[in-house]
Design a protein around this ligand. Structure first.
Ligand SMILES: [Zn+2]
Length: 322
């Protein structure tokens, strides 16, 4: 639901997309002053939201540049109706995750402080332009504060998980703790910081949903007794080979698997798998496909089987009958 959108532009090698729901939010906020006949007020709201989303893009690029420092690329950013999301290829666990999570809010605090400094020093914001600038600063501080809250998978929750993993080296446990802390923090944050209305309830629900999704994914891919979850696991490569044999290199399913497991080591092995697949004869291809289907059908773990079926798409068996 956050993946699609209208392509805005390409900036520093990252595509920026805008989710269409964003316009609905624009409309909701601009409507009350408009109905009251306050055209200037409506224009100010639209401009302020524009500045908010420019601030959000700046915030996301702070994450992106920190990610690149740790060797993680970010092909795109999606501006959704409650902020933005940098779609990183993968999350490096531990201190890199904490640092990547930290730089976004720090950027927002810095921008907010720079804009607000003259006002803190006594410059009055008594006309429309100064009031507007004041609000842009205020919005950036709020953006920093909101993202610092330890609500996984927001930045604060990622900082918490990164630090926990740094100390205990257990990614499933660290994610679980970050999730629980987030679920406890969430209602308090919304009671104290944000007025409860339909909009905030929807955002709260979305955060819970995103948290749950990421938790399920971590549970599925990693175990706490892994030596280093940042490294690739052999069964991830096996899984990728299976997907390639059934759907082909470059298929949606293969690309999804690449996105899910991507790191330097996995990417290398996946490229190798693609090359091997392309070089193999039709008879070899058929054999690999048969093994992949057999693997799915014979796996004596119904839960894992249903997870694999979910990953591959429900049409798997239908496709192979043809
Ligand atoms: Zn952020």
């Amino acid at each position: 639901m956050f993946s699609g959108g209208i392509r805005l532009c390409r900036l520093f090698g990252t595509e920026i997309f805008l989710q269409p729901l964003w316009f609905v939010v624009l409309f909701i906020f601009a409507l009350p002053p408009l109905l009251g006949g306050n055209i200037i007020g409506a224009v100010a709201v639209v401009l302020l939201l524009g500045c908010l989303y420019i601030s959000v893009i700046g915030h996301e690029f702070a994450h992106i540049f920190a990610g690149r420092y740790f060797g993680v690329q970010t092909p795109k950013i999606v501006i959704n109706f409650f902020g933005g999301a940098a779609m990183m290829e993968r999350i490096p666990f531990g201190l890199p995750e904490a640092i990547i999570g930290m730089v976004g809010p720090l950027f927002s605090y810095a921008v907010g402080m720079i804009i607000m400094l003259p006002f803190f020093l006594g410059v009055p914001h008594n006309n429309l332009v100064l009031e507007f600038i004041y609000n842009v600063g205020y919005v950036n501080l709020l953006l920093g504060l909101f993202n610092t809250l330890p609500i996984f998978p927001m930045d604060g929750g990622r900082i918490l998980r990164g630090v926990l993993f740094y100390f205990n080296n257990k990614i499933v446990r660290s994610t679980k703790i970050a999730m629980i802390v987030g679920f406890i923090t969430l209602p308090f944050a919304f009671i104290t910081l944000i007025p409860i209305n339909m909009f905030s309830i929807v955002i709260m629900g979305l955060l819970v949903w995103m948290c749950w999704g990421e938790w399920k994914q971590v549970q599925m891919i990693y175990r706490d007794d892994m030596e280093d979850p940042n490294l690739v696991r052999p069964d991830q490569v096996a899984y990728y080979a299976m997907v390639v044999s059934l759907y082909g290199p470059g298929s949606k399913q293969a690309n999804d698997a690449r996105t899910m497991y991507s790191n330097i080591e996995f990417d290398k092995l996946a490229d190798q798998t693609d090359a091997e697949w392309q070089a193999s004869s039709p008879a070899e291809k058929l054999k690999t496909q048969a093994l992949a289907v057999q693997y799915l059908l014979e796996k004596h773990d119904p839960e894992a089987l249903s997870q694999l079926q979910d990953l591959l798409g429900k049409d798997l068996l239908g496709k192979n009958k043809q």
